[in-house]
Write a protein that binds this ligand. Sequence first.
Ligand code: NAD
Length: 413
Amino acid sequence: MPADSTTKSAYETFLSAACERLGYSDTIASLLTLAAMEIKVEIPIVRDNGELAIFTGYRVQHQNARGPCKGGLRYHPQVDLDEVRGLASLMTMKTALVNIPLGGGKGGITCDPKALSLRELETLTRKFVKRIHREIGPNSDIMAPDMGSNARVMGWIHSEYSAIYGHSPAAVTGKPVSLGGSAGRETATGDGIGMVIREYARHRNLALDGMTAVIQGFGNVGINTARALQRLGIRVTAISDSRSAVYRAEGIDLDALIQRKRERGSLAEAPEHEEIEPAALLETKCDFAVPAALENAITEKNAGRISARAVVEGANGPLTCEADRMLRERGIDVVPDILANAGGVIVSYFEWIQNLQREVWPVERVESELDRIIGNAAREVFIHAREKGLDMRSAAFDIAVARVKEALDATGF
Ligand code: NAD
């Protein structure tokens, strides 16, 4: 969702607009805005050099009327309470929009995971769980990977939590498959973005074959989106990581770039690819621009130069409110984050179900269920937008807010 000074303030803007359209009171808008619980902990660890360092960790549980809180754990130097709050509330809207029985939560530790050794990262993660274990669990709050964390980190969380409560795989998702992780979780967000773009094309009567896309971000979401779009016949002409961006008119060679990144730690000077200015990547002429890295990738400074047919929000909150308005006025569709990148939480939900029921689903079942759930949500948003004359984000918010409100009403106050 658009993020101005903080993701939360933009969330409030869109939420209150949705509440107004739906005729809800200010009290209901406040109830949907405020987090149910906010946790902040200090985590001291001994670094490899023998020195003591203190990190700050957060977990925000925004809403659980529709089910246990669900959301990622972010490891990044810019993590703070405001960011985590905004992202937690976004998760409430995301789980409601795709209609899975979960609420919204988010967590983070303010750290640079690249500057920590594996031992330091493991110690930090385990200590974080020791601090907050009473507040998380399969029926209350289920963590998952986000920027800077991954399946390995989720494995440590699983191990630490299970050491206290006994074997509890459903307490965390995005785990390695050997620990009860789901087939298809690693690629789920990118796969989901591909499915949403396919539905978008159907809705707009477009043939995908031969269309072009550019992607900002070369992590889990960026890489798996690139693969999913290539499978649809879309030519991904440019992609970037935090330091460099590359372009290839006939389409990037994804495997070669992955290898290059593994060997050199960067996409720079990749053979047969032209290096372009990272800041200009999203302005490259294309059909779909997919910001899949950080917040605020598109602001009022560059929104006027975006020349895509549609911006598809792979990251959470990659547009500021002002950029969102500018793109709307220019007739550029914005497919909102709460729909576009919901594939990750949907397959996390499948992982949770499998763990609770001691089942193991084949990847084909994961993929077809993901397609069914995210495909239904996308069609619902696009049809609602058309019928009500709304942009896609407002339509998505109206559906999600109404669903959370209905659950709150049903629980009684
Ligand atoms: P990741 O850590 O795997 O990758 C992030 C990528 O962004 C890396 O390639 C990094 O180099 C790049 N990056 C960092 N700073 C950048 C900058 N200033 N400019 C350009 N690129 C930059 O993270 P991820 O899991 O791919 O998550 C990316 C975004 O997608 C986040 O907003 C996250 O909240 C959202 N998201 C992730 C998932 C998931 O399943 N992983 C699900 C939903 C939403």
